[in-house]
Design a protein around this ligand. Structure first.
Ligand code: NAD
Length: 451
């Protein structure tokens, strides 16, 4: 890691930040040489990234603890090992994914004509990451971008400063610095980058900035992937094992102190189910984090004071069933379940993105479906039901980025499923071969012999 990966690294001045125009021109020049195209370069970069994660994972875990109070177990599970698995899956399948795919040729072109599609790298891509999984959400898109043969500019989130600094140090030490660069910074630096022409922009974060990114991209006709958020609902059917439901909900909701894009945002259930679920959630929270979650080493912290204040303002949106405590100096908000929540209350107006779980009562499945369809299309929707008919109805009658039956969050760990939103929760997707789709152009080729 301390050796320059390529001799040309020595020529890069690490002290004066490169102007965005110069940086993009430099990476574009590398791309133009064809260096990033061979599958050997791609797999080589993925192996270097893997080495970075295995050799320096502890540095990243330390940074993640500093930024978000993540336990080492959680840092490995949700960021470091997660990305290693994505790399391994890609290394296992890349050659197969990149194989040209034949297409049937219509008769009027003659029996000797052949047609196929093949993937071309796009060029120089920009990856902009948020602060909540600041390593995973920068590196997992990079896996796809590199596997597709692109040069990459990676912009970590300034709101996770320790992780940003660690990535800015490690990535150039492991990857090809002629083709991969990290730019740290916040709004001014990102705005300056967005003025440049990229061949794809992959943005993860909120919809307001998503619009800024899409507008900037439109200037250059640059395609975008927008991985956004929103309120991901949960429907809990009657006659389900509520202890199992509560345990899985609490694990999914309170991971990373609720700061997960696909976290269950709120629960819909009929009044009787909601009352029983409330009691089960109280037991589940205590079983997971004890009676004083602030003392639990497994429980994370809110990223900053601004989000702490925003979340504190949501704590009185309903009756506190469990939790409700907070400590501003420690940026701690207890895992909180709110019962009897009015759909018009503040906690139901925006994505919560914190450890507060409102229970909202509906009369049953029909009203739950109508409730979901009245709102923005969510990034994820979770259903706990023993009824095949209920599960099928929700699948058919609602639209969401992903749909999880019986287990929140886990669909995004299935590398062969596309991960992304729809409508307000985003556009485009990635993971596994869907990352190749995203970061490549699928070129149509027809070949007709001259003879
Ligand atoms: P954030 O504040 O870290 O912003 C994300 C990125 O946008 C950062 O790199 C930041 O520097 C940049 N940025 C901020 N303002 C900008 C501007 N005006 N112009 C250009 N760039 C700008 O993170 P956030 O947006 O608070 O992230 C939380 C949101 O992200 C939530 O809505 C969450 O649901 C969503 N999210 C989605 C996914 C997903 O995969 N779909 C994953 C995580 C988070």
């Amino acid at each position: 890691p301390n050796q320059p990966v390529h001799p040309s690294e020595a020529s890069v001045n690490h002290h004066a930040p490169e102007r965005p125009a110069d940086l993009v021109a430099r990476l574009r020049a590398t791309f133009a040489t064809g260096r990033t195209k061979p599958v050997e370069w791609r797999t080589g970069q993925l192996r270097r990234l893997r080495a970075m994660l295995t050799e320096r994972g502890a540095d990243l875990a330390t940074a993640l603890r500093a930024d978000l109070g993540k336990s080492s177990t959680e840092a490995y599970r949700t960021e470091i090992d997660f990305t290693v698995r994505e790399i391994d899956h890609t290394l296992d399948h890349l050659a197969q994914w990149l194989r040209p795919e034949p297409a049937p040729v219509p008769a009027h072109l003659g029996a000797d004509a052949r047609a196929w599609t093949q993937y071309d790298p796009l060029g120089v891509v920009l990856v902009i990451a948020p602060w909540n999984y600041p390593a995973q959400l920068l590196l997992a898109p990079m896996v796809g971008a590199l596997a597709s043969g692109n040069a990459v500019v990676a912009k970590p989130s300034e709101l996770a400063p320790a992780t940003s600094a660690a990535l800015a140090e490690l990535i150039p030490a492991y990857l090809d610095t002629d083709a991969v660069a990290v730019v740290e910074g916040g709004v001014p630096e990102t705005t300056a980058l967005l003025a440049e022409r990229f061949d794809h922009i992959f943005y993860t974060g909120n919809g307001t900035v998503g619009r800024v990114v899409m507008r900037a991209a439109a200037e250059h006709l640059t395609p975008v992937t927008l991985e956004l958020g929103g309120k991901s609902p949960v429907f809990v059917d009657r006659d389900t094992d509520l202890d199992v439901v509560a345990d899985r909900l609490a694990r999914g909701k309170f991971l990373n102190a609720g700061q997960t894009c696909v976290a269950p945002d709120y629960v819909l259930a009929d009044p009787e189910t909601a009352a029983a679920l409330e009691r089960a959630l109280v037991r589940a929270v205590e079983a997971l984090f004890g009676t004083d979650p602030q003392a639990s080493p497994e429980y994370g912290r809110i990223v900053n004071e601004r989000h702490f204040d925003r979340l504190s303002g949501l704590l009185d949106s309903g009756r506190v069933a469990v939790g409700g405590a907070s400590d501003r100096t420690a940026k701690y908000i207890a895992p909180t379940v709110l019962a009897d929540v009015d759909p018009k209350s503040p906690v139901m107006q925006e994505e919560i993105f914190g450890p507060i779980l409102p229970l909202v009562t509906v009369s049953g499945l029909d009203e739950a479906i109508a409730f979901i369809n009245d709102r923005d299309k969510p990034l994820a929707l979770y259903v706990f039901s023993e009824s095949e008919e209920t599960r099928a109805r929700i699948a058919a009658e609602t639209s969401s980025g992903g749909l999880g039956h019986g287990l929140p969050l886990a669909h995004l760990t299935v590398s062969d499923l596309p991960f992304g939103g729809v409508g307000e929760s985003g556009t485009g997707s990635y993971h596994g071969r869907y990352s190749i789709e995203t970061f490549s152009h699928r070129k149509a080729v027809l070949e007709k012999p001259l003879g």
